[in-house]
Design a protein around this ligand. Structure first.
Ligand code: LRH
Ligand code: MN
Length: 391
């Protein structure tokens, strides 16, 4: 970055220092596919050990100070104690994810189920998650619904939307003044004909109907192949309804691979829209939602945080004035070149410098490996049931 003005380097470092990436408790547990869940040594056995692993990611990256939890996967007797233990370890309990996709009663839907008793059960769980937020001090309730149908005619599309709106309204009304409801959409799976919240438009319509503290979550693995996700980012930013991201990457479907691994250029284009809107350190929740089915989990989460940092640093390198001038001048190639120059820049030296400035080892994964933490947890956690999705 020798050719960058020192003021530019310090501006970029300042923004990167303020970046916050939330990791996912379930990424530290066992996960897999319908074919196999491969257990790994050292996997946490309870939410306290998951939080401890999340603290390692923050220890070595400096930008992952919170961990999202999933209920009931992270159910404990005292959520206040979980938050206190997390705090002592240097992280906070972040977004609370509801789970209305694993109970037998929810086969035909949860808040959209034809049976009012089942709908009430689902809504009660959403409200329970707000109770958890009150205990942990969390701001965001994140809702993803697996609700949908597998065959045309199985149920009425508009009637299900009415049921969904009703259930969401109860959860929204339960929120405290500083709390938000984040609605996540997904094109398909586990439903294979129609999903009740399949796209950003449907999520947006419901959020607008709910109120100011409802916003949309973009899971980067939840779109049809070829979807221009940064366009959706721009539209939701413009409407003031971009609540957050579930970052991961995919080659085919909801693969939940490390963010930036499958398509680093897409991640750059997404972060370019975020930088353009000045939202790197803003109210947007940058979360990881990944599954490390075959690779060492904590190291994979550290790598993922670094991938987001690299994409953000490249987006911060974009010469905004030159870009605007070329765009306004209709200079197609020049405008594209401004963006590609930034994308093709090696930002790793700058990020190493930033980590040293932050008193961190410039090589987070190397430092983690040298810490002996992995070997220690493999010994400490040799017995007992390993945490997982319980699917
Ligand atoms: C659904 C999803 C959702 C979570 C789950 C772990 O595919 O992305 O965000 O609740 O994964
Ligand atoms: Mn997700």
């Amino acid at each position: 970055m020798t050719d960058l003005a020192p003021s530019t380097v310090s501006r970029i470092k300042q923004v990167l220092r303020g970046q916050r990436i939330e990791t996912a408790s379930w990424a530290y547990g066992n996960s897999g596919t319908r074919f196999k869940v491969f257990a790994q040594p050292g996997v946490p056995r309870d939410p306290f050990e998951k939080v401890a692993d999340a603290a390692q990611v923050h220890r070595f990256t400096g930008v992952a100070p919170s961990v999202a939890v999933h209920i009931p996967w992270d159910r404990v007797d005292d959520y206040g104690e979980l938050a206190r233990v997390a705090k002592d370890l240097g992280v906070a309990v972040g977004t609370v994810n509801a789970n209305v996709f694993q109970d037998d009663d929810f086969k035909l839907g949860s808040v959209t189920h034809p049976d009012a008793r089942v709908r009430a059960k689902a809504v009660a769980h959403l409200v329970e998650c707000v109770d958890v937020m009150d205990a942990t001090g969390s701001r965001d309730l994140k809702l993803w619904f697996s609700d949908g149908t597998n065959y045309p005619g199985q149920d009425d599309v508009r009637v299900r939307q009415d049921r969904l709106a009703e259930g969401l309204a109860v959860a929204y009304a339960r929120l405290g003044g500083h709390q938000r409801l984040l609605l996540e959409y997904k094109l398909f799976e586990p439903a294979f004909y129609m999903t009740d919240v399949p796209d950003w438009g449907t999520a947006f319509v419901h959020c607008v109907a709910l109120g100011e503290r409802a916003a949309v979550v973009i899971d980067t693995g939840h779109h049809a192949p070829g979807t221009n996700i940064e366009f959706i980012v721009a539209m939701l930013v413009r409407a003031g309804r971009l609540g957050g991201f579930d970052f991961n990457s995919r080659f085919y479907a909801d693969d939940d691979l490390m963010v930036g691994a499958a398509d680093p250029f897409q991640l750059f284009r997404i972060m370019h829209e975020i930088v353009l809107a000045g939202l790197v350190g803003g109210d947007v929740a940058f979360m990881l939602d990944q599954c490390h089915n075959i690779e060492p989990k904590i190291a994979a989460v550290i790598r993922s945080v670094m991938n987001v940092q690299e994409a953000t640093a490249k987006a911060l390198l974009v010469d905004q004035a030159a870009l605007r001038a070329a765009q306004d001048g209709g200079q197609v190639l020049e405008a594209n070149a401004v963006l590609m120059d930034a994308y093709n820049s090696d930002v790793r030296p700058l990020l190493r410098e930033l980590r040293e400035d932050m008193g961190l080892d410039p090589d987070p994964i190397g430092a983690y490996k040298r810490s002996g933490y992995f070997e220690r947890i493999c010994t400490e956690r040799a017995d007992g049931a390993q945490a997982g999705w319980g699917a």
